[in-house]
Design a protein around this ligand. Structure first.
Ligand SMILES: NC(=O)c1ccc[n+]([C@@H]2O[C@H](COP(=O)([O-])OP(=O)(O)OC[C@H]3O[C@@H](n4cnc5c(N)ncnc54)[C@H](OP(=O)(O)O)[C@@H]3O)[C@@H](O)[C@H]2O)c1
Length: 326
């Protein structure tokens, strides 16, 4: 089967399409014929080998790439109970995280049952592949770490990107009053996916405004805590999703002294949360925003586009079945 692999760390040019052995599912695994995979910043960090501990864990030699996927179940291991051949599924294709031997930029992935859920019926494979990492990050950030309640004010900094477009829609579905922060060219799109208010960061700095927020979900990480703090309510939470990796360590040191107001977290692959995302999508409350779609052979271009940091929603790689591309 065809798969994206890389050996040396570097830029997107290190990626190759190679023929590798089709995986065989272990007892707890599901073999998925991948129809689409989505690109995440995480993939870029893996290729760069930064932060440096990725290099230690990944080592030299041939490495797979890709986490998010949607596809069709081809076979299941002996102890799998939730799926059968022919099911359409979505989820994450890296059951063992960074050390996983599988990557979703491939024609087939064998992944533990617990990393998958049945795909929402009303969206394409490409839209479904866009959901797992970005959708679960937005969901867990708002619900578990922000404790967002109906009627509360939430601000999403980075509302036009992969995580942000899910966060705006999930916050609306939870009944919040949503402010999205994005650049001029994305104002209409962010309003179109449900934001009640939009702040154009090229004209206005949200930390200098008069509004105070119950939850700030920060996907960009471009304002100091001292500035963000002044636009939080007394019980408000500042939930940090992303930003420059070098910013995370000082914030981790600071967090215990903020009375629980400043929270950093890493999203976790939970099948129940994938199930909730499916429900939100099938009810029409969340619609994945796909910016661009690339072919498997063009994965390095897709990665380069995401690494530049100006996507509008998610970037996906559509993977043809061999019989379709013949
Ligand atoms: N904690 C976790 O578990 C977790 C999970 C997933 C991702 N992350 C992290 O989250 C971050 C972003 O993820 P993502 O996939 O959503 O990124 P993304 O899709 O690449 O986001 C890019 C978007 O950010 C916007 N943007 C750039 N500068 C901005 C600014 N100053 N203010 C507001 N918006 C701005 C861009 O719009 P313009 O081009 O128009 O400016 C673009 O639409 C990364 O650091 C990633 O590592 C963390």
């Amino acid at each position: 089967m065809k798969a994206i692999v890389y050996r040396d760390f570097g830029t997107s040019d290190v990626l190759n399409v190679e023929n590798i052995d089709k995986p065989t599912p272990a007892d707890n695994e599901v073999l998925v014929a991948v129809r689409a995979a989505a690109v995440n910043m995480f993939d870029w960090y893996m290729v760069r080998g930064k932060p440096a501990f990725f290099r230690l864990i990944l080592g030299s030699g041939k490495k797979p790439l890709g986490v998010d996927l949607a596809g069709e179940v081809e076979a299941v291991g002996r102890s799998v109970t939730r799926f059968k051949p022919g099911d359409h599924v979505f989820g994450t294709g890296r059951g063992k995280g960074v050390r996983s031997k599988a990557g979703s930029f491939a024609e087939y992935v064998s992944t533990p049952e617990k990393t998958l859920a049945i795909k929402p019926r009303n969206v394409t494979f490409e839209q479904a592949a866009a959901v797992p990492v970005a959708g679960l990050t937005a969901l867990q950030g708002l619900r578990d770490h922000g404790r967002l309640q109906r009627g509360q004010k939430v601000l999403i900094n980075g509302a036009s990107g992969g995580v942000g477009t899910f966060a705006v829609q999930i916050a609306k579905a939870f009944g919040a009053d949503v402010t999205g922060v994005c650049s001029t060219r994305n104002v209409d799109m962010v309003r179109g996916i449900g934001a009640d208010h939009v702040i154009d960061y090229t004209r206005e700095n949200f930390t200098a405004g008069a509004t105070r927020y119950d939850v700030i979900l920060d996907i960009v990480g471009n304002h100091p805590w001292s500035a963000v703090r002044r636009v939080l309510t007394d019980s408000g939470k500042y939930v940090i999703v992303g930003g420059p990796p070098a910013r995370a360590i000082p914030l981790m040191v600071l967090a215990p002294f903020t009375r629980g107001k400043l929270v950093l977290f890493i999203a976790r692959a939970k099948p129940d949360d994938l199930g909730l995302m499916r429900e939100l999508i099938e009810r029409g409350e969340v619609t994945p925003v796909v910016d661009r779609s690339y072919k498997l052979e063009e994965t390095s271009n897709a990665l380069r586009y995401v690494a530049a940091g100006h996507t509008r929603g998610k970037v996906v790689v559509a993977i043809n079945r061999p019989e379709e591309s013949a």
